[in-house]
Write a new protein. Structure first.
Length: 372
């Protein structure tokens, strides 16, 4: 039978992601709007985002956090162009975004001493191939495949190279061993449902040392420069920014951080994401027409749940359209470069009950499309 009840919020996009429960745009402070981001007020609000991020994530002492241009992509490009080339590089990829970093390294930076370890959608490459003498480039969570690394055990504590981690769909939802990460990037529009266009860059002391002792052979555009006279531009990590940020977007991010703190912080964010994933796992376990794209259960993402169905690509499109028309699930089709299927964001800003109310609609939509 056709379900009756619908999710309160049918927003399951993997970016921008669902806003926190109870979000109101009118609830954001406006005193900083129309002010310079370099004013005492503007700089203090940006510095607050940095400090709250550092505290919420439990970053080790000496790690720096900066707000940089162009979302996660800008932050990760900034790191690669500024730091790679000092050592050989090992690149691990298993979906679209990891493949994008590999392409930049091979075709744009053209680094000769690079090894590429790739796996098809749904699988992980052999992480044990990582050489501790090399720099390592990888995404913690494959947003377009629903496959994540299960832990950081494969990263050596005594490594000589740096680890550069695209953590944009993992941070605030997964347990990341920060001592094993030298560079991490993410964006506000992912796990906490903030607004887009700004990137966050996390640097370990080892990454700072690389920046201050290594000069790339290629020129760096202004928005990539993090040093001056061989020293780190500390103001980037204190509330100053390389280009003009959106103060409204920053207030939106601060609102998300305050909500996360109010519900119990990082541990509760992770718990909610895991509980949301469990709903999908229970649903898939009792049906033979749907399965996780991730082959190994331990590698399943608890943010970007990617599913394959026994439908043709055209039928999948019809199912996605039917869910949208009914207002039961929006933006849940797989990424354009991924195999035909579904992708549901289930980070902490997505309500557990909304997933529970959506799943009967998924069953109904499948039956409608399959029998048409």
């Amino acid at each position: 039978m056709k379900p009756v009840l619908k999710p309160h919020s049918p927003n399951f996009s993997s970016g921008p992601c669902a806003k926190r429960p109870g979000y109101r745009l009118a609830g954001l402070p406006t005193d900083v709007l129309g002010r310079s981001h370099r004013s005492a007020l503007g700089k203090s609000r940006l510095a607050l985002s940095i400090a709250q991020t550092h505290r919420m994530l439990g970053l080790p002492e000496g790690y720096r956090v900066g707000i940089v241009p162009a979302s996660d992509t800008g932050a990760f490009e900034m790191a690669m162009w500024s730091m790679l080339g000092a050592r050989p590089v090992d690149v691990f990829s298993w979906e679209s975004f990891g493949e994008g970093w590999a392409t930049d390294i091979s075709k744009q930076l053209k680094l000769p001493d690079t090894r590429y370890f790739n796996a098809p959608y749904g699988q992980l490459p052999d992480l044990g191939q990582a050489d501790p003498a090399h720099d390592i480039v990888f995404a913690w969570n494959g947003t377009t495949s629903g496959v994540r690394v299960p832990n950081g055990d494969w990263i050596r504590d005594d490594r000589q190279g740096l680890t550069l981690c695209d953590a944009t769909s993992a941070v605030f939802a997964m347990d990341i061993p920060w001592a094993k990460i030298d560079v991490a990037t993410f964006s506000w529009q992912k796990a906490l449902g903030g607004e887009a266009a700004h990137g966050m860059l996390v640097l370990s002391p080892r990454a700072v040392e690389r920046l201050e002792t290594y000069k790339p052979a290629w020129p760096l555009p202004k928005i990539f420069r993090m040093t001056k006279g061989g020293k780190l531009l500390e103001e980037i990590f204190e509330g100053a920014t390389i280009n003009t940020p959106s103060m409204l977007a920053n207030e939106d991010y601060l609102d998300a951080l305050a909500w996360a703190e109010s519900i119990g912080g990082l541990n509760e964010l992770i718990r909610r994401s895991q509980a949301n994933l469990a709903l999908f796992e229970d649903f898939v376990a009792t049906r033979d027409w749907i399965r996780f794209l991730a082959v190994e259960p331990a590698n399943r993402s608890n943010t970007s749940v990617c599913l394959s169905l026994d439908l043709t690509p055209d039928q999948v499109k019809k199912l996605v359209k039917l869910l949208e028309t009914e207002g039961a699930a929006l933006d849940c089709g797989s990424y354009k470069d991924a195999p035909a299927g579904l992708r549901f964001w289930c980070g902490a800003t997505v309500q557990h009950e909304d997933i529970a109310l959506m799943l009967p609609w998924l069953q109904w939509a499948y039956e409608q499309v399959k029998s048409a």
